[in-house]
Ligand binder design. Structure first.
Ligand code: 5GP
Length: 178
């Protein structure tokens, strides 16, 4: 599997250091509160599990699954809920945990959808952001790293459901796509 990687963009140590900082910031911002962390499956799961260990306040967890790229590397722009949240988020502080923001369309959809439940607040926490790929204006409250428009894998992110179990973020060799 590791032979398929062209280049490591963000090392395991860099990710862990950044997650420590994000956890400290969230712990400060939500002191005395109990936010609901809503992880967007499947890509956000690795980030969530490391991040929550670095949050010192009480939290609650929930999960949401949406249709995404299928086995391609291009956004379809079509978002569909495959698994909805179970927690009642009305009057709750919500933090959306996302692996990567590309066009921003998925997050816009989720944000609009959650707003209908009248939460006390919603913030977005993404490990990676592709600012040049945004198609809409979206505010990401907690960002790990900014990356370019290349397709990345590892640390929860897949290509055709593979490579999620790499401990770093990397780019695949071109021949893997062909
Ligand atoms: P958006 O709606 O912002 O265009 O897309 C968000 C979703 O697309 C992410 O949650 C992720 O599942 C997928 N995605 C976007 N860019 C990448 C990428 O570079 N690599 C991988 N593996 N998935 C990506």
């Amino acid at each position: 599997m590791r032979n398929d990687i062209e280049k490591i963009l963000i090392t395991e140590a860099e990710i862990q250091e950044k997650i420590k900082q994000l956890g400290e910031q969230i712990s400060k911002d939500y002191k005395e509160k109990k936010p609901v962390l809503i992880c967007i499956l499947k890509g956000g799961i690795v980030f969530l599990s490391d991040l929550m260990m670095n949050i010192s306040t009480h939290i609650e967890l929930d999960f949401m699954s949406l249709s995404s790229y299928g086995d391609s590397t291009k956004s379809s722009g079509v978002v569909k809920i495959k698994k909805d949240i179970d927690v009642d988020i009305s009057n709750r502080d919500v933090i959306i945990i996302e692996d990567i923001v590309d066009t921003g369309l998925t997050l816009k959809y989720i944000d609009d959808y959650f707003m209908q439940h009248k939460p006390a607040s919603i913030k977005i926490c993404a490990l990676l952001d592709k600012p040049k790929a945004h198609l809409i204006d979206i505010k990401i409250d907690y960002v790990g790293f900014e990356v370019g428009n290349e397709f990345v894998v590892g640390y929860g992110l897949d290509y055709a459901q593979k490579y999620r179990n790499l401990p770093y973020i990397g780019i695949l060799k071109k021949e893997i796509y062909s």
